[in-house]
Write a protein that binds this ligand. Sequence first.
Ligand code: SF4
Length: 305
Amino acid sequence: MTTREMQDEILRLKQEKSVCVLVHAYQDEDIWEIADYVGDSFGLSQQAAAAKEDTVLMCGVRFMAETVKILAPQKRVFLSHPQAGCPMADAVDEDILAQVKADTPDVPVAAYVNTTAAVKALCDVCVTSSSAVKILRAYPADRFIFLPDPNLGAYIQSQLPEKSFELLPGGCPTHLRLTERDIAAAREAHPDALILMHPECHPRVAKKADYLGSTTQILSYAEKSDKKEFVIATENSIVEHLKFRCPDKKFYPLSRDCVCHNMRLTTLPDVYRFLATGEGEEILLAPDLIEKARRPIDAMLRYGG
Ligand code: SF4
């Protein structure tokens, strides 16, 4: 079967079986083309909750499928590839977090939405990279414990100097691959380009960027800018999205290494196999875990609007 034939068959099967296919922006192009929605993790979860289909296939990583299940517990949610985890989310030790909470019971725990359901259940409020500053500015506390990305946490701290953040260790291995040397090489190769970077990059590197923003904010900034050339310092799939959206502009990856291999585990044949056979990993979460993990997400919606 050619790629095109497989895509046509997937489109037919998902309609016949009434399956909503959610695709994270970091997946490959051949998967975007068969998606019902393409977006960031939280945007996809909201789309899933609103979708008319009772079955959802998440083409992304495990915490994203869990977040869909938390927001839409009545739906059957499947993960596109059973090994697709997020090393940053998986590195959080729940016992250590529980101990930190016990030691500082008056300090709320703020978690990036890139966390497992079990970790969300221990937190007070979730944030996304695009909404973190707004949410934590509005949240009624002056001190926070923040996890699992101290780089994003350092960015939030720089934007909210009136509050203080204890940053637990962690970080995204994909964005941590970007270095100051990459910036120097990009400035030399593309002197007219703006460097647009995700705040998951190390602060030492981030301070050399022209603009810091979430994936969605980077896409929007590049689209609206009068500039014609950009170096993109986030997962390299965003370079391809931008080339497609803005054919009159030039986009370069800051580094060829900025690829999330977990995100890229899912292939078009995985999607086809699930739709053709129904075989796949269903996300099952206990009702009390869903209830506890939902609370910080509700707080995020309350303070983030
Ligand atoms: S890009 Fe980073 S945060 Fe996102 S799934 Fe990959 S490892 Fe996790």
